[in-house]
Unconditional design. Structure first.
Length: 157
């Protein structure tokens, strides 16, 4: 796991405001050398709050029958973002990942559990201008070897 979290700015996620179409690729079996990827669509709407220091994003996955909500909060003193996730299937708020951006690339780290195992979690955000962005989630058991298990490609709606 990264020992020093990246720093950020309250406007790091300004690029994400608005409506998006999202192409998802998700690995069903994680950290077991599986290759059972599924693909599915989503729509996203992200709204900034508190002058950019917070934002709320709802993702709707119509073919899977659920929605999710991301809450991003900027800690002004630490200059760090915390990102939380909750979905309509279980209603549980996941532990946050924290970090920030360096240019158009953001990296965020945290801890969670997956299939009964404690895992290190890494989110990587990248964006190319105002109309394209990518989010990737990776898990690691040891903090050194990472397996990407969910990729979202965003295009402006």
């Amino acid at each position: 796991m990264t020992t020093e979290a990246r720093h950020g700015d309250p406007h790091d996620f300004d690029f994400l405001a608005g409506d998006w179409n999202v192409r998802n690729r998700r690995l069903l079996t994680r950290l077991r050398d599986a290759h059972d990827w599924i693909e599915f669509p989503a729509t996203s709407r992200c709204e900034p709050r508190l002058g950019g220091g917070a934002n709320i994003e709802q993702l709707d996955f119509p073919t899977l029958g659920f929605s999710g909500l991301t809450l991003r909060l900027f800690d002004v003193a630490q200059r760090r973002w915390s990102i939380y996730w909750i979905n309509s299937r279980d209603g549980l708020l996941t532990p946050p990942v924290a970090g920030g951006f360096e240019g158009a690339r953001g990296e965020f780290h945290g801890r969670d559990s997956d299939d009964g195992r404690e895992v290190n979690v890494r989110f990587v955000w990248t964006h190319d201008g105002a109309d394209a962005a990518r989010w990737e989630q990776s898990f690691s058991l040891d903090g050194r070897a990472w397996e990407t298990n969910w990729i979202m490609d965003f295009t402006r709606a």
